[in-house]
Ligand binder design. Structure first.
Ligand code: NAD
Ligand code: UDP
Length: 310
């Protein structure tokens, strides 16, 4: 039976991934230091005999026997990753190094959850994997962006030097049930504010765009990438190309929640990317993958989940 390690497995995407892997008959070790992960996210998984939880930190060397590794450990919300930026860079860099060493020792496949932040504030639109990005090395987002970039470098060098079976996916904004209510990302902020009939906080004028992918689609993309032939290393973009402005998202959430919330305009964070949309033609070609859940359907499910928590 395949034994899979999911680092960051108690987080938002990680917990959905653990569930899917267990359903496919794998044994799953969920490793997490619970920085942004929660026990509620994985509470339903303990009844599966194939599930094991390990409270550990990826910045420490890992001693395990596994066949495949998904490296998701790293806070993903700007608010969370800027809380302790040095820890974020250490998590990305040392975490990547430690999972790669573990993969090398075990002859295991290893997948890196990279990010659209690799492209920074992109000058190419939509973003293809060939685009090398426009990232500040010194700004407040750099701890995350540069950490994720050097992780891609390590993954590529472990493949070249040691023949490790590495895979890189670049994840674009993903949302869905089990997001932390207070993690500061736009979808969770707007839903919480709308459900409480509080003003929705628009940073800047709200004309900046993002493209939101529902979590079940994303998780299917991760698994499909892990299952590709050994010569396929990526990077491969995973995201939903349906692009919208932050203002449109706010209006859609107010409408769906039948909220009486108004909009308030706040300062745009430093280095906030202006436009973001994935070119997913590589994922379509290599993985036969594309998102199936529309923003309308995905938001309905996410709003239901947030409502059910209260
Ligand atoms: P999340 O914050 O919900 O999950 C991250 C998990 O990693 C948490 O459970 C956290 O406790 C754990 N973690 C953090 N530092 C750790 C450490 N040093 N050791 C062990 N565990 C640690 O975020 P998410 O949205 O589920 O993101 C998962 C991964 O996907 C991250 O690597 C993130 O960079 C990547 N990603 C996510 C998105 C998105 O929109 N959600 C976009 C791009 C990339
Ligand atoms: N944003 C906003 N209001 C909020 C939270 C975020 O207007 O309460 C904006 C943010 O400035 C960015 C976009 O929404 O332009 C997406 O932000 P998020 O933190 O979710 O992810 P990012 O793509 O910036 O990493």
């Amino acid at each position: 039976m395949t034994k899979t390690l999911v680092t960051g497995g108690a987080g938002f995407i990680g917990s959905h991934l653990c569930k899917k892997l267990l359903e496919s008959g794998r044994k799953v070790i969920c490793l997490d230091n619970m920085f942004t992960g929660t026990y509620e996210n994985i509470a339903g998984l303990y009844s599966d005999p194939g599930f094991e939880f390990l409270n550990a930190d990826v910045i420490q060397p890992l001693q395990l026997e596994v066949d495949e590794i998904y490296n998701l450990a790293c806070p993903a919300s700007p608010v969370q990753y800027q809380y302790d930026p040095v820890m974020t860079t250490k998590t990305s860099f040392l975490g990547a190094l430690n999972v790669l060493d573990l993969a090398k020792r075990n002859g295991a496949k290893v997948l890196q959850a990279s990010t659209s932040e690799i492209y920074g504030d992109p000058l190419v639109h939509p973003q293809t994997e060939e685009y090398r990005g426009n990232v500040s090395t010194i700004g407040p987002r750099a701890c995350y962006d540069e950490g994720k970039r050097v992780a891609e470098t390590l993954f590529s060098d472990y493949r070249r030097l040691y023949g490790a079976e590495t895979k890189i996916v670049r994840i674009f904004n993903t949302y869905g049930p089990q997001m932390l209510e207070n993690d500061g990302r736009v979808v969770s902020n707007f839903i919480m504010q709308a459900l409480g009939n509080k003003p929705l906080t628009i940073y800047g004028d709200g004309s900046q765009t993002r493209s939101f992918c529902y979590v079940s689609d994303l998780v299917q993309g991760l698994v499909s990438m892990m299952e590709t032939d050994s010569h396929i290393a990526g990077p491969v973009n995973l995201g939903n190309p349906q692009e919208m402005t932050v203002l449109d998202l706010a209006r859609m959430i107010i409408h769906k929640t039948k909220s009486s919330s108004e909009l308030v305009y706040e300062k745009l964070p430093v280095d906030d990317p202006v436009n973001r949309r994935p070119d997913i033609s590589k994922a379509v070609r290599l993985l036969g993958w594309e998102p199936a859940v529309s923003i309308e359907e995905g938001l309905d499910k996410t709003i239901d989940d947030f409502r059910s928590r209260h």
